[in-house]
Write a protein that binds this ligand. Structure first.
Ligand code: PMT
Length: 397
């Protein structure tokens, strides 16, 4: 499987002669299995036609903040992206991106996205060397934007020097690298849980929660792409990521039984599922009748799956828990880390906008049992998964 397979990539094309080379970038990304959405600036149209890109990407090319069916194309494109590439990135686009002057769809998307961004500048040598361009790049680098420097060689108009767009193959390789697409989890069995458990009250009613399973599926997908054998214990029905084996569960008891069966062979266990803390003591046979009045439902605690795994953890096994909090994020998360004998806890403040249950995005702080911590600000759940698994690989040494 290609490391770019299934990734959503926004390819921004700015107005420079090197725009013709981004056609080749688009083709290579599509060949690698990526879903590519192309945004062209108005000036880019002077160099290459949108039909070329739409034919390659099988998607309409986006050009303006105003010509899309969606009222907010810049946030939609940015939110769904796993990576944004700008190739070529002109001096104007770099300046606008660095200063936040989001007058066109491409720059607005760059400002709106939380996905990693790879810019590939291309311009004449004099422009490339100008302090304004270099200062803007320094600002962008400091913000975590990846810059693939241009190459030296023949430029438009017969000139020669630094400023030529990096070769398309290098751009695609850099994209794969940025996406953390290495096979650094090969040989590991990773067990992930996803979704919320449902605890039956009667034959039709359940106690449930708002977990969609998206975060757990993202962890499973990224682990599989990084070479792990992945078993996903799931309560939801989402598309199964390539290379992932799914075991279905509905209740906390079923999830515990599935996870406990898998645990002895697991090198890494990631408990992303929102497991009910309480369940009805008794499940009524059939459907409770409304005419009989409101039932009194007596609850009892469910088994804490994660605490059980922590107590039985074997040497070499890495145990990752989540903490869904609405207050005292750090102290509650650290308490779970210690009490459940975890190697790391991924804490999300699920009261914050765009964070946690149901969203396509998340924001987390990862606390390690060794004392380190890493914060991931609002980003796609896939991006959070990449950071989480980076930490797993790092703690496993
Ligand atoms: O599914 P999504 O819509 O994408 O949303 C993602 C998420 C919000 C569900 C996810 O990011 C998250 O926070 N998952 C943990 C939810 C949760 O139940 O948190 P908790 O703080 O109540 O539990 C702490 C840890 O103990 C969790 O790893 C949980 O899986 C585990 N647990 C909890 C109770 C229990 N009986 N057994 C457990 O193993």
């Amino acid at each position: 499987m290609s490391t770019l397979s299934g990734r959503r990539i926004v390819l921004g094309v700015a107005g420079g002669i090197a725009a013709y080379k981004s056609v080749e970038v688009c083709r290579r990304l599509v060949d690698a299995g990526a879903h590519v959405s192309v945004i062209m600036t108005e000036d880019a149209h002077r160099f290459v036609g949108p039909v070329t890109f739409s034919a390659l990407s099988s998607e309409r090319v986006h050009t303006s903040l105003w010509d899309d069916d969606s009222a907010i194309p810049h946030t939609r494109l940015g939110q769904s992206a796993d990576l944004v590439i700008v190739a070529p990135a002109t001096a104007r686009v770099l300046s606008a991106y660095a200063t936040g002057y989001s007058a066109d769809l491409l720059v607005a998307t760059l400002i709106a996205t939380r996905a990693p961004v790879l810019v590939c500048p291309a311009m004449h040598t004099e422009m490339w060397e100008h302090p304004s361009v270099q200062d803007n790049l320094a600002v962008l680098r400091a913000r975590g934007v990846r810059v693939l420097d241009p190459e030296s060689g023949r430029l438009a108009g017969g000139d020669s020097g630094a400023g030529r767009l990096a070769d398309p193959a290098r751009i695609v390789a850099a994209a794969a690298e940025v996406l953390g697409a290495s096979r650094d989890m090969e040989g590991l069995h990773v067990v992930v849980t996803a979704g919320g458990t449902r605890e039956p009250i009667d034959a039709v009613r359940v106690i449930a929660n708002r977990s969609s399973g998206k975060q757990g599926y993202a962890v499973a997908a990224v682990a599989a792409e990084r070479g792990a054998r992945v078993t996903l214990v799931s309560t939801v029905d989402l598309p199964v990521p390539p290379g992932v084996t799914v075991v279905c569960a509905e209740t906390a008891a079923q999830m515990k039984s599935a996870v406990d069966t898998l645990a002895p062979s697991a090198d890494v266990i990631v408990m992303t599922a929102a497991v009910a803390d309480f369940r009805p003591v008794r499940t009524a046979d059939g459907k409770l009748k409304k005419r009989d009045g409101a039932p009194e439902i007596v609850l009892e605690p469910t088994p804490d799956i994660l605490a059980g795994l922590g107590a039985a953890k074997r040497p070499g096994q890495t145990l990752v828990g989540f903490a869904a909090e609405t207050d005292d994020l750090e102290s509650n998360a650290l308490d779970k880390l210690r009490r459940k004998n975890l190697d790391m806890v991924v804490a999300n403040d699920v009261s914050a906008p765009g964070v946690g249950f149901g969203h396509d995005t998340n924001a987390v702080t990862i606390y390690l049992s060794t004392g380190g911590q890493k914060s991931v600000s609002l980003a796609s759940k896939r991006s959070v998964a990449v950071h989480l698994l980076d930490s797993v690989v790092q703690v496993r040494g």
